[in-house]
Each structure stands twice: as C-alpha cells, then as structure tokens.
Design a protein around this ligand. Structure first.
Ligand SMILES: Nc1ncnc2c1ncn2[C@@H]1O[C@H](COP(=O)(O)OP(=O)(O)OP(=O)(O)O)[C@@H](O)[C@H]1O
Length: 605
C-alpha cells in the first residue's frame, strides 16, 4: 500500500464516503480523541495533541487577513504544554505509526552505501577533541545547553534513531543549538566543519513536527511542507535527506528531497504522496513553486544549511524569492535556523532580514578550521603540480593499510582542470574519478558513490564538493589549486577531520595565490599549525586577502555582527542599531527589519 493510500485508508477505514478530519499517519490506529470543535481544528500533524487533546493551537492561520498573528506563540505554548512528556501518554507511545502498517518506509539504517569503505570503525566521535571548545552566544534569554540526549525530550522514536546512529552524546553544537531550537528561537549558528550541524537542525524540526498541531493541507495536488531545509548543492541535499530519513524513521514524519538534474516528475509524485520536511536546492524549489506544485504557506521551520553560501551573490536572489516573495510565513511566525562553519559579517547582515529576535551561536574557532586537521602548505609552481601530486599519492600508497588506499579528495579550480587531472591520474595508474558542474547528475552521483565505496579512491572535484559532504574515511584533502576565498579553503579541508577524527590537508601554493597568503597564514596560526617561513614572508608582503576582509586576529573568525560598533549605532548596551527593539513578536504583527533583541548578552563576555 502506498503512503498516500495508507493516508486515505486510515482516514476512512470503513470505506465511508464522508470526509473525516485529517489524521497524520503517525497518529492513526490510536484510541479516538475528542473530536475537534471547528474547521480550524482539522490538524495536519500534532502528536502532542494526542496527549492533551488540545486541538486549538492552529486555528488562527485559517482566518484570511490575520493568518500570521500569534501563531508562533501558540505553537510555543502548545509545545511546552503538549503531551510530549517522557513516558507519558503523548507521542512516546506512538505504536500505531503509519509505517507499521505500511511497506513504504524503507529502513534507512540498512543502506549499504553508508557502510564505511575500509576498516569497520565505530562511528564513536572523539569527544575529547571537543572538551575545551570555546562557545559564544549572544541574544536575549539564551536557553542553557544540555549534556546528554536524555536531557532533551525528542521522544522515544527519535531517541531510538539516535541510538541506531550510534550517537552516544550530543556534539557541542548539538548541546547548544537543540535547546535553543526547541524553545522556538531563531538561530544563526556557526560551528566547525564535521561537528554535527545536520542533526542539530534536524532533531528539533522532527521533534517539533511530531508535537505540533498543524492545519490540514488546503489543496490537493499541492505539497504543503511544514519544514523547508535549503542547501546549495544537489549532493548535499541528498545527504541531508538521507540523514533526516534516519532521524525520522518510524516517527511518521515524511521527508522528501527535490533537486535539479533529476527527473522532476518523480519528485512531483513523491511530493504528492505527502511531505512534512522538504529538503531542496533553491533552483528546483523555485521551479516547483512557479508550477504551483509546492506551497510554503504552512512552513513552520526554515533551515538554511551552508547559510553564508546560500546568501552570497550566487544564491541570494533565489533565496529572497523563496523566503520573502512567495507565500512563506514571515520571521517571527516561522522559526528560522541558519547554519554554517563560516559566517562573514556582510552575510550576517543580509541574513538578519530572515530572522526574528535571534540567538547567535559560535562553537569552536568559527570560520577557522578544526585542530583535528593537520594543514600543510607547499610551495609548488604550476608546472610541477602534477608530479608533486604524484609523489604524495605514491607516499600514501606505501602507507596504505591492507592494500586499501586512503580516500583522497583533490580540489581544482575549473571543470576542465578536473577532467584533465582525472584523465592524467587514471593514465598514470591512480584510479580517479571527478565531480563538477558540467557532469550530468547521474555521473556526479556515480562518481561520489565510487569514491565513497573506495572503488575509486581519488576524487578530483571543483567547489561543488567543497561544502557539507560527509564522506567517511577521507584521509587527505589536496588543494591542487587554492581557492580565492579563505572560507572556501575552510570548507574544502573540512571534508577530512570530521566527527572527532583526524585528517590531513595539503595545499599547493605559488605566486598566483599571493592574495590568500595572509588569511591562510592567520588561519593556520589560529589552528595551531606550523606556518612555513616563506608563507609568513608572503603574508607580510600582502594586504589582507582571501576575498573578504573579515578576519582580524580575533579568537573567533566569526562574531555576531550585532556586536560591531558600526552596527550598534545609537544603542548603549544593545545591538539594536535602531531597529525594532521591543521584545519578541511585536504587537500581533511582524517586522522584517526587526532584530528584536532588547539586549543582547554574550556568554563569552
Ligand atoms: N552526536 C554525535 N555523535 C557521533 N557522531 C555524530 C554526532 N552528530 C553527528 N555525528 C556525525 O558527525 C559527522 C559530521 O556531521 P555533519 O555532516 O552534520 O557535520 P557538519 O557540521 O554539518 O559539517 P559541514 O560543516 O562540513 O557541513 C556525520 O558523520 C555525523 O553522522
């Protein structure tokens, strides 16, 4: 039986023709609750409602003209007072979940693609590596961090999935962000690459959907997701989708992915079957919105992964269109979460348009790389790069364990360069594949899979693979061509040294990269890496480069821009800069320019 079929069968078990209230899949086959009292109470989801029979939470959005007023506060009260108590009658006991009676939900934990390539290492994270990690928060009333997953009430089904993922305890970014998100607060979070940001935004979204009460989708054949997760690349969207499916397994929360380069009809069919969380790339989403096949009217949660990339020049118009010019609820009504390892100030300023009374969180030496990655920079002339790479790969081959070569990711600047290097490596006995924007989606996916499984242990890539991709066992990242922007370097080397494991990053530097010298040298120093004397000399000669002059030797590579004096015009202790400084969601309305924080304090001060 299809998911869609199981929806209607459960809605109408006796085959009666009368249309009954929509019951979300995970709430079916449960003892009946008091019937809702009015049309606004046909709830779309809302596990918490089962615990307390409170169906009143989302009536307001049905009222034309006052759609947004007070909705978020109602959500929050519904959340805090809901039936989610551990061990209580709430959603913990969701034994009648839709998946039980359905053969549709594939067990995501048996996916062999996710098996590690070589030694079956435990996925245990090296938490000692994070013990002394500095954390900075700003914003008003920041909820305190938690120490264990048991301290967070995500519900038994999600807890079980966390156990299946072998996550023993939350990473620092999870410890801090999950309580903030569960409290309904908007968030701009910076945390180092590979530190578990995906789960940090997925867990609260899934938990919120399970507990919330939502309206029934108003139109057939149009998808009305409750949560939207945007990411810049197709592969990253697929990865987030895979992760979210694991975290939401057997919760009844349905996750769908939509991205370019894949047949849209298949994605449309999937969307028609129902979606709670839509993971998408911006281009494909705009297409779906323009075809009126997706409506953002019911969005309660918006997460931008790699948010700084999403708001830079390439993506900003599309993001503004999606977030501000379609039918998405405004800031203060929806909950918005922005995540990245890097967050330049000018992008923070742009991003604040999307947020309401938000908390800024920086975990680790943000905008910097992690100490887990050993960074080397070698002076290599353009003409010598290939032979130098060959030397590295030969050395690596000699050190290989059980004949298995460690995975090496080689970044180049151009698509043509990627093709040429892939070909040359193969010709010289090094099995390599390549991924870049001119390859078909099928070729891209094939290349990634072949690399992940170790069949082709060298992947030559452009920046399309620089962000977010979580490929276990990447031992070495080579910047064959250095990027122009230091943040791109941070994301590229972050493909190794993930989840507490160590990694190696080698960069080939020459005169062409002079503009990066200073930011690279500073970054390496910040990460306690040895900076070669010749690089220091280059750095001393050069002005601050790396594209965006935004570092400056601070402990943190990224700070809350609201703490800048230039932003902080006219306010003494606050960051308001003249924006609406009243607290919370001002008087029944919303204000796109409001930063909302009455007084922003910092745990770091
Ligand atoms: N609590 C945890 N315990 C153990 N492993 C975890 C935990 N949380 C996440 N991980 C693992 O850590 C790895 C990195 O996580 P993730 O991809 O979310 O990092 P990220 O911070 O988003 O990185 P990037 O900045 O590169 O996008 C993943 O393999 C994930 O499964």
């Amino acid at each position: 039986m299809s998911w869609a079929d199981s929806v209607s069968a459960a809605e109408n078990p006796a085959g009666a023709t009368a249309k009954s209230a929509y019951v979300p899949p995970h709430l079916r086959n449960r003892p009946s609750t008091n019937p809702p009292a009015g049309p606004a109470q046909v709830s779309y989801a809302g596990a918490a409602a089962l615990g307390n029979n409170d169906h009143s939470g989302y009536g307001v959005p049905n009222v034309v003209g006052s759609r947004w007023s007070g909705q978020r506060n109602e959500y929050q009260s519904s959340y805090s007072g809901g039936g989610g108590g551990r061990g209580g009658g709430g959603w913990n006991g969701r034994s009648g979940g839709w998946d039980r009676g359905s053969d549709r939900e594939v067990n995501p934990f048996t996916d062999e693609d996710n098996e590690p390539v070589s030694e079956q290492e435990s996925s245990a994270i090296n938490f000692d590596a994070y013990e002394d990690i500095p954390v900075e928060t700003s914003g008003d009333n920041v909820p305190p961090p938690v120490n264990t997953f048991a301290d967070i009430d995500l519900g038994e089904a999600v807890n079980e999935n966390i156990r299946r993922c072998k996550y023993v305890k939350p990473t620092p970014v999870q410890r801090h962000t999950i309580p903030i998100s569960l409290a309904g607060r908007d968030l701009m979070a910076c945390a180092q690459t590979g530190s578990g940001k995906t789960a940090a935004f997925c867990f609260p979204i899934i938990g919120g959907i399970m507990r919330g009460q939502f309206l029934r989708p108003p139109r057939p054949r149009v998808a009305f997701p409750l949560a939207l997760i945007l990411s810049p690349t197709r592969e990253l969207s697929c990865q987030i989708h895979d992760e979210a499916k694991k975290f939401s397994y057997q919760t009844g929360v349905k996750v769908v992915v939509a991205y370019g380069g894949a047949p849209i009809n298949q994605q449309l069919r999937e969307l028609e079957r129902g979606v709670h969380i839509l993971v998408a790339t911006p281009g494909r989403l705009v297409d779906l919105l323009e075809r009126a096949r997706v409506s953002l009217q019911m969005i309660k949660y918006l997460a931008l992964d790699e948010a700084d990339r999403m708001l830079d020049m390439g993506f900003e118009p599309q993001i503004r269109k999606i977030v501000q010019q379609m039918d998405m609820p405004p800031p203060g009504v929806r909950q918005t979460m922005l995540f990245s390892a890097t967050f330049p100030k000018e992008i923070q300023k742009l991003a604040s348009d999307f947020l309401s009374n938000y908390i800024f969180l920086a975990v680790g030496r943000v905008g910097s790389s992690t100490d887990l990655i050993v960074q080397r920079v070698e002076y290599v002339q353009e003409t010598d790069k290939r032979s130098h790479l060959m030397d590295l790969l030969h050395a690596q081959r000699e050190n290989s364990v059980h004949g298995k070569q460690a995975l090496t990711l080689v970044f180049v600047e151009t698509k043509k360069g990627a093709d040429a290097l892939e070909h040359w490596l193969c010709m010289n006995g090094f099995p390599a594949t390549a991924i870049h924007g001119d390859r078909t989606q099928q070729e891209r996916e094939y290349a990634l899979r072949s690399f992940k499984t170790g069949n082709t242990p060298i992947l030559v890539a452009t920046d399309v693979a620089a962000r977010g991709l979580d490929i276990p066992h990447v031992a070495h990242v080579v910047n064959f061509d250095l990027p122009n922007d230091i943040d791109d370097y941070v994301h590229r080397i972050g493909r190794t040294g993930r989840a507490g494991k160590t990694g190696l990053a080698t960069a080939f530097f020459n005169e062409n990269n002079s503009s990066l010298a200073r930011s690279l040298s500073d970054l390496m120093q910040e990460a306690n890496q040895e900076v070669p004397a010749w690089l220091s000399r280059f750095a001393a000669r050069s002005t601050y480069g790396g594209g965006k002059n935004r570092r400056g030797g601070a402990r943190f590579g990224a700070r809350d821009f609201r703490r800048d004096s230039s932003y902080n015009r006219g306010a003494t202790d606050c960051y308001g800069g003249g924006a609406n400084m009243s607290s919370g969601y001002a008087s029944g309305g919303y204000n796109n320019t409001s930063y909302g924080a009455a007084c922003v304090t910092s745990a770091w001060d």
